[in-house]
Design a protein around this ligand. Structure first.
Ligand code: F6P
Length: 483
C-alpha cells in the first residue's frame, strides 16, 4: 500500500510545539514548548497529523531550511507523534505580521489596551504592516492547502492567523476548517477602531471557518455582534451561528482547562522541591501572595503592585508578616510598550521594598527569569493568588494554582478574565482597575478561615480541570467533523 503523504488532521499556530536553539557544538537542538495547545495535541491519535507553525528565530529558521519543505525531522522527539512543518517566513514580513499587526493592533484591540488620544493611528506604515500580515497568513494557507488530504480537518489557532480560514477555503473548499481564538474578542464599539478594510478582512477571515471557537460565551457573542453590526451578517443567538453571504459559521464555546495529571506530577519533581525549599527559606513563617505572569500589558501587574502597596500602607498589621512573590517573565521585548511596561514594573517594585523593607524583611520578591519549576513551587506555597488581568481570553494561572496548592489558596480573580465564567463561585472577584478594591480583596483572601480556603480550593480545582487540554482538543475536532 502506498504511504499516505497528506494529513487528515492539521493544526496551525504561530508558535509551534518545538523551538530550536544552537548547541555549543553548533548543532540545532529542539526544545518542547509548553502550554495547553501542546498538551491538547498529544491526544491526536493519527500518525499522519501535521502541525504547521512559523520559524520564530534564527535557529528555527536554520532548522526549517535544513528540512524538505520545512518538515522537521523530529524522530523520537515527544511532540505527540505528529509531523511539524515550520515556515521560514521572510523576517521583515514576519515582523510586520507578528509585532506590527498581531501583537500590536489585534492584541491591543481585543484586550482594550489602546490609549486612544495617541494610538492607534492607521497611517501608511500601518497599511504596509497589514500587507505583511496578509502575506504571512497566505503562507500558512498555502502550506495547509499543500499538506491536507481531501476532506481533512484543519484547526487554525489564534489572532495571528485570523485571515487563514477564508484564505484556505479559497484554495481548498473541500476541507473542514475550524478556528479557535485564545484571546477575548473586542466589544463592537471598540472593534470599530479598525478602519473598514481590515475590520472586514478580520471578520470575513474568521467566517471562512465552518466552526469558530472561543473560551467563553462572552467572547463568542462579542464576535457575533461585530459580524452583525460591521458586516450586516445574520446572527442566530440561540443556535450561536453567523450567516454571511450564504455561508453559516457555527460558534463554539470550549473553555480550556488545566492539565491536572501533568501538573500534579510535574509539581512534585525534585527541581520543584528544591525551589520550594529556597522560597520557604526566604519567606520564613510569613504569609504569601503569589502572582505569575508574562510581563504583559493586559496582565495588569502595575495595578496589582499598587494594590499591594495600598495594603501595606493601610494595614500595618501585615508588616513583616507578609511577602508578595511576583514572577513576571519577559515577553515581546521587540515592542517599545512592553519594554516601558517592564521598566514600570521594576520601578514600583523598588518603591515598595524601599518604603517598607527592613534588614530582616523584604516585602516583595520580584523575579523576571522564566522558570516553570519555580512557578510551580510558588503555587504550592501560596496563601493567596492574585490574577488581575484587564482582560484575558482564559488565564490558565487561575486554573493551575488551585490544582497545585498544598494548604489551600484564596484566589483573587479579575471579573474580566475568561476563567471568571467558571471560577466565579469560589474566587474573590475584582474590578481590575480598582486598586483599593483589589487591596481589600487581598486582605479578605489573607484572612479567610483555613477550612473555608481548603473547601474553596477543592471546588476551584474541580472546576479548573473540568475540560482537560486533550478533551478540549478532541471535542473541537469531533464538532468540526460532525457538522
Ligand atoms: O493568549 C494568546 C497567546 O497566544 C497564548 O496562547 C500564549 O500564551 C501567548 O499569547 C503567547 O504569546 P507569544 O507567542 O507572543 O509569546
Amino acid at each position: 500500500m502506498a504511504e499516505q503523504t497528506t494529513a487528515r488532521v492539521l493544526v496551525a499556530s504561530n508558535r509551534g510545539p518545538v523551538a530550536f536553539r544552537h548547541a555549543p557544538d553548533g548543532s540545532l537542538t529542539p526544545r518542547r514548548g509548553g502550554g495547553g495547545l501542546v498538551s491538547g495535541l498529544s491526544a491526536i491519535d493519527d500518525p499522519h497529523a501535521v502541525w504547521v507553525c512559523a520559524a520564530l528565530g534564527e535557529a528555527d529558521r536554520a532548522a526549517a531550511r535544513q528540512s524538505p519543505q520545512g518538515r522537521l525531522d523530529l524522530a523520537g522527539f515527544d511532540v505527540g507523534g505528529q509531523a511539524v512543518r515550520m515556515l521560514d517566513i521572510d523576517p521583515v514580513v514576519f515582523d510586520q505580521a507578528y509585532n506590527g499587526v498581531a501583537n500590536s493592533t489585534l492584541w491591543f484591540l481585543h484586550h482594550q489596551l489602546y490609549n486612544t488620544p495617541t494610538a492607534p493611528a492607521f497611517d501608511q506604515a500601518a497599511a504596509e504592516r497589514w500587507a505583511g500580515f496578509r502575506e504571512y497568513n497566505e503562507a500558512f494557507a498555502a502550506a495547509l492547502a499543500a499538506e491536507a488530504a481531501p476532506g481533512a480537518a484543519v484547526l487554525v489557532q489564534d489572532y495571528h492567523l485570523t485571515l487563514v480560514p477564508a484564505l484556505l477555503r479559497e484554495r481548498r473548499p473541500d476541507l473542514r476548517i475550524g478556528y479557535f481564538l485564545h484571546t477575548p474578542w473586542a466589544p463592537v464599539d471598540y472593534f470599530r477602531l479598525l478602519p473598514d478594510e481590515p475590520a472586514a478582512a478580520v471578520l470575513t477571515g474568521v467566517l471562512g471557518a465552518d466552526r469558530a471557537g472561543f473560551h467563553t460565551r462572552r467572547w463568542a457573542e462579542a464576535f457575533a455582534d461585530c459580524c452583525e453590526r460591521v458586516l450586516g451578517a445574520t446572527v442566530d443567538r440561540a443556535a450561536l451561528t453567523v450567516t454571511f453571504q450564504g455561508r453559516t459559521t457555527a460558534l463554539g464555546v470550549h473553555p480550556l482547562g488545566a492539565d491536572a495529571e501533568f501538573l500534579r506530577e510535574r509539581a512534585h519533581r525534585a527541581d520543584v522541591d528544591e525551589r520550594l525549599a529556597a522560597l520557604k527559606a526566604a519567606v520564613g513563617e510569613r504569609r504569601t501572595i503569589v502572582r505569575v505572569d508574562r510581563t504583559e500589558l493586559s496582565k495588569n501587574i502595575v495595578r496589582g503592585l499598587q494594590a499591594y502597596l495600598h495594603l501595606l500602607r493601610t494595614r500595618p498589621e501585615w508588616h513583616d508578616r507578609l511577602v508578595h512573590i511576583a514572577f513576571a517573565y519577559p515577553s515581546r521585548q521587540d515592542l517599545a510598550e512592553y519594554r516601558d511596561y517592564t521598566a514600570a514594573v521594576r520601578r514600583i517594585s523598588e518603591e515598595i521594598n524601599a518604603e517598607f523593607g527592613t534588614a530582616t524583611w523584604q516585602p516583595l520578591i520580584l523575579q523576571v527569569e522564566d522558570d516553570f519549576a519555580r512557578s510551580l513551587a510558588a503555587y504550592r506555597l501560596a496563601d493567596v493568588a492574585l490574577v488581575n488581568p484587564i482582560r484575558d481570553g482564559m488565564n490558565l494561572v487561575a486554573k493551575e494554582v488551585p490544582v497545585v496548592s498544598e494548604a489551600g489558596c484564596a484566589l483573587v480573580l479579575s471579573r474580566e478574565a475568561g476563567a471568571w465564567a467558571e471560577l466565579a463561585e469560589d474566587a474573590i472577584g475584582i474590578n481590575p482597575y480598582d486598586v483599593v478594591g483589589t487591596a481589600e480583596a487581598l486582605h479578605r483572601g489573607l484572612t479567610m478561615p483555613a477550612a473555608e480556603r481548603t473547601e474553596r480550593t477543592k471546588r476551584l480545582a474541580a472546576a479548573a480541570t473540568a475540560l482537560s487540554p486533550q478533551q478540549w482538543f478532541l471535542d473541537q475536532l469531533a464538532a468540526l467533523t460532525a457538522s
